[in-house]
Ligand binder design. Structure first.
Ligand code: 5GP
Ligand code: ZN
Length: 112
């Protein structure tokens, strides 16, 4: 499948790995929008939040147990933001589900 994040998970495209287990992979965003900017992706190809279903929800639930572990390891003690862009209006550029972890500084008080 011609998917950038599937290739990153497979190691075909290099990335700066932050965390990995059997269901999840996390790496640093190539164009960071905050001092800490990490992407957490399921190892199964799920296109976006809009493609989450009862069949694949275990990947998503697992990712949400991994995110606090990453935040702790990255020292994000004062908080952080978790974002997932969906589709055209959400400005999703990579069609493989990913959760942005943004932190390391005070973020803007605007969501859109
Ligand atoms: P989206 O815009 O789909 O929510 O987020 C995609 C993210 O992937 C962007 O923040 C972008 O900087 C990041 N990205 C795109 N290509 C690469 C890449 O090859 N390596 C890494 N580490 N991040 C990438
Ligand atoms: Zn993929």
């Amino acid at each position: 499948m011609d998917c950038l994040f599937c290739k990153i998970i497979a190691g075909e495209i290099p990335s700066t790995k932050v965390y990995e287990d059997e269901k999840a992979y996390a790496f640093r965003d190539i164009n960071p929008q905050a001092p800490t900017h990490i992407l957490v992706v399921p190892k199964a190809h799920i296109a976006s939040v809009d493609a989450i279903s009862a069949e694949n929800a275990d990947y998503v639930a697992h990712i949400f147990t991994v995110i606090p572990q990453i935040a702790k390891a990255e020292g994000l003690v004062d908080g952080y933001r978790v974002v997932s862009n969906v589709g055209q209006h959400g400005c999703q550029s990579v069609k493989h589900l990913h959760f942005h972890i943004l932190g390391g500084a005070q973020l803007k008080d605007t969501m859109a």
